[in-house]
Design a protein around this ligand. Sequence first.
Ligand code: DGL
Length: 287
Amino acid sequence: ADPAGGQAYGKRSGCVMASNHPIGVFDSGVGGLTAVKELRALLPHEDIVYFGDTSRAPYGNRSRDTILRYARQDVNFLLSQKVKMIIAACGTVSSVAASMGQSLPVPFTGVVTPTCRAAVKATKNKRIGVIATAATIDSGSYRKELNALHPEIQVFEQPCPLFVPLVENAFIDPGDQVTNLVAQRYLSGLRGAGVDTLILGCTHYPIISAIISKAMGDQVTLIDSGRETAVYAARLLKDQQLLASGGQEGRNAFYVSDSVDGFNQIADIFLGREMNHSACRINIEEY
Ligand code: DGL
């Protein structure tokens, strides 16, 4: 099985999808907004439906069974919105529930394959660092994929469990003292290991990329899983002739499973106020 679930299933017979249907993106919380931001820039005419499972985030320290159950419900919600493609914009789901893409009626991608391909292209010294949630690091998904792409690459991994709650609670200003301190503590080992490329293997992390970059030093290239996945998804849609044909601006719909206030606050900072991102709350247990 493809560890990222990066296969395309769009041409399966019996699927109901059309190029004017929205792209579905989900994450445990706000992290997937990093993919939405990039998708919006790459594909301005596409409608996007986003679901952030804010009432059950974080996923990254939960068991495999729980992550699988949550991911299935997230996907069911997006399918109910008649999406033409699903992006698991969550490193944890992409690592733990990778094979779920095989049974979906629409094209699916996680973040692991797109991100690893970009990292292999970027590295010069073949030393790549991976930071992600504990569940992602435990799964070995990035390491396996990197070594499958290039057996000589040395992979250095570090779980960073405090980053997600810091991001979810908007401790994201580049000068934030707490987040800078946590970053230095987590990243000093990777810096010492001499990696020239660092995979932000959790989609929450690009939101604090300025802080991570400061802790790693300018010479280290950061690979943003949200961005690389958006590029990969755009190519997949093009190959499957599923790009929206209309010339009008794409619409966004945001759904969360907890109070909309915290989400709107981060979305404001991260996506900018010019993008309408007011969210609706749904009961994900119904899916
Ligand atoms: N967005 C998730 C990921 O990329 C991190 C948050 C979580 O642990 O749920 O792994």
